[in-house]
Design a protein around this ligand. Structure first.
Ligand code: DC
Length: 227
């Protein structure tokens, strides 16, 4: 599957710092960062805007055929932006409303099938750090390194709140925690490719780690691959 490069898979619960860590690790290594959660969020946004019901198989299939997701680096902000059919939706997909529907949408087998095919395609270009829920278990079971991140729910809710507040969105801490826990529950119990630690994944609990320590731990695991 991974024809041309090294794959680092970072899976784990919602809000434990996977994306920020994966992004920083990719930057240090010069690998491409692929945020698979952003892909499911973009699909969810499309469904919300077009009133696509998850119960309407035909409408879901039609919508999926019309959705194109790309990642482009914004040279000014120095960060990867998510594009849905050519529109930068990076901010919109992080909003609470999308978070409230994304697990339901991403549990649909046809949605997963479509996204996984794109994720495998994206990794053909070279080495990648990919974060999500099923990367080490399903998308790239042969990844060179699999990390499973976790953190205590209270810590995760605090971090997510800080992120949203920084973006000007004001959401109640209890509502954030509820959303994270509901998503974990749906993501871990869905039938197709549930969130699960791969047997050969290395677990990192980030509850008491600083961001710098998280990144360092993953980089030292990468280093061990070549030692
Ligand atoms: O990583 P995130 O919190 O932005 O992901 C949003 C949702 O997308 C998550 O609650 C479940 C879904 N997801 C998934 O099902 N599989 C992935 N590989 C990544 C995300």
């Amino acid at each position: 599957m991974a024809e041309n490069g090294i794959i680092i898979a970072i899976d784990g619960h919602s809000g434990c710092g996977k994306s920020t860590t994966a992004k920083a690790v990719a930057k240090v290594l010069g690998y491409t960062y692929i945020d698979t959660g952003a892909m499911y969020r973009a699909v969810t946004l499309y469904f919300m805007r077009d009133n696509v019901s998850v119960e309407n198989a035909k409408a879901v299939a039609q919508a999926l055929a019309e959705i194109r997701i790309d990642f482009k680096t914004d040279t000014v902000a120095q960060t990867r932006m998510t594009y849905l059919n050519g529109e930068n939706v990076e901010n919109e997909i992080r909003q609470m409303e999308v978070s409230q529907h994304v697990s339901e949408v991403s549990a649909l087998p046809v949605v997963r099938q479509t996204m996984v095919a794109q994720q495998r395609q994206m990794a053909r270009q070279g080495s990648v750090v990919m974060d999500g829920r099923d990367i080490g278990t399903y998308v790239f079971p042969d990844a060179a390194l699999k990390v499973f991140m976790t953190a205590r729910p209270a810590v995760r809710a605090q971090r997510r709140m800080a992120e949203l507040t920084a973006k000007g969105e004001h959401v109640d801490l209890a509502a954030i925690r509820q959303n994270l826990e509901t998503r974990d529950q749906i993501d871990s119990t869905r039938q197709k490719n549930p969130l699960k630690k791969a047997e050969d994944a290395i677990e990192i609990d980030t509850s008491d780690l600083t961001f710098g320590q998280q990144v360092k731990q993953v980089l030292s695991l990468v280093q061990k691959l070549t030692d």
